[in-house]
Design a protein around this ligand. Structure first.
Ligand SMILES: NC(=O)c1ccc[n+]([C@@H]2O[C@H](COP(=O)([O-])OP(=O)(O)OC[C@H]3O[C@@H](n4cnc5c(N)ncnc54)[C@H](OP(=O)(O)O)[C@@H]3O)[C@@H](O)[C@H]2O)c1
Length: 325
């Protein structure tokens, strides 16, 4: 099979595409013939050796995919060769095949094609859980989404809007805010030019109920300062590169709740919440929801695709297509 290969940590241009042996599934595992794999920001961090969980060299990057089962290991009875599946993994997805535990796979939501399915679960799962499971968001509330044109951000705008929340998008250019408006944001703030705290307070009539923050850096404190009394702040990621340190007196004075969300921990610890999210998201897909995929590349362009994400040049999701190209 062909696969992207990381033999040296660094920028994405260190990746090469090589020919490797097809992987064989062991007990409890299946091999998946990958049709499409989406780029998530952590893929950039893994290649640079900046992710919380390091991957040892050499490795195949890529953490989210959709495809069909092509081989079944001993002890797996509930999947058949040819079944369409989606999944996520700690590396291995930027390849024509991947081997994963059979019980880690998910259904391809009805209504999504393989490119969309590869871009769906991480971004939309993160969106739903940060908004609802962790954030407690309900219809009518003011929600601000930082990095609102990114993969997680655009999904969060989409889901929040469908749940009846009033979304104020924050992003770094008018073009990026337009993406969020198309997904339902009622207002936008260009935080590269406007004061985030002041504008959030103005637009939300005194303060937002909920902040969803996949960006970090200086934007986090500005957004926290724009919470109304009793508001909630969910920290999701640090695409900015800087992990913010916030003054705790802000939390005290606002009677605010600050919570973190991590998708792997939630999947491990809270299967009921995962099942509830799957039901809610599947219903939204049946109503026409699908990820905003802005670019589809062949596997040969993996370095270019990751570089564009690392350099903040993409909107929505970027996908590698292993079949169509
Ligand atoms: N907690 C979880 O379970 C979980 C799950 C998935 C992802 N994440 C995290 O969520 C974050 C976003 O992931 P993603 O896949 O949505 O990434 P993405 O598509 O690249 O979006 C990140 C957004 O952050 C903004 N940004 C601000 N400063 C940036 C910088 N210096 N470099 C790059 N982007 C910058 C960009 O928007 P503007 O240019 O408009 O500011 C960009 O659209 C990452 O930190 C990721 O690790 C966490």
């Amino acid at each position: 099979m062909r696969a992207a290969y990381c033999t040296e940590y660094g920028a994405p241009d260190k990746l090469s595409v090589v020919e490797l042996d097809d992987p064989e599934p062991g007990p409890g595992q299946v091999a998946v013939r990958i049709h499409a794999a989406s780029v998530n920001f952590p893929d950039v961090l893994m290649v640079a050796d900046q992710y919380q969980v390091p991957l040892s060299l050499p490795f195949i990057p890529g953490s989210e995919f959709a495809g069909e089962v092509c081989a079944i290991g001993p002890g797996v009875s509930d999947l058949k060769v040819g079944a369409p599946v989606a999944g996520s993994a700690m590396g291995g997805a930027f390849a024509e095949q991947v081997v994963v535990p059979a019980d880690s796979l998910r259904e391809v939501p009805e209504g999504l094609d393989m490119v969309q399915a590869a871009a769906f679960h991480v971004a939309y799962g993160t969106a739903y859980h940060s908004l609802v499971t962790i954030g407690g968001g309900v219809a009518g509330e003011w929600v601000t989404v930082l990095g609102a044109a990114g993969g997680v951000g655009s999904a969060t705008v989409d889901v929040a809007t469908r749940l009846g929340m009033r979304v104020i998008a924050a992003a770094s250019s008018p073009d990026r805010l337009a993406v969020a408006r198309d997904l339902g944001a009622v207002a936008g703030i260009d935080y590269s030019r406007e004061d985030l705290k002041t504008r959030l307070r103005e637009l939300s009539d005194g303060g937002v109920h909920l902040v969803i923050d996949p960006v970090g850096g200086d934007y986090s404190e500005a957004a926290l300062r724009a919470l109304r009394h009793g508001g909630r702040f969910v920290t999701v990621g640090y695409a900015d590169g800087e992990i913010p340190r916030v003054p705790l007196n802000l939390v005290l004075l606002k009677d605010a709740t600050v919570r973190g969300f991590e998708i792997r921990l939630l999947r491990r610890d809270n299967p009921e919440a995962v099942a509830a999210a799957t039901r809610a998201l599947s219903a939204m897909v049946r109503d026409g929801m699908h990820p905003h995929v802005s670019a589809v590349h062949p596997l040969a362009d993996v370095a270019e695709a990751l570089t564009a994400v690392a350099q903040r040049r993409t909107t929505g999701k970027v996908v590698l297509d292993m079949i169509g190209h």
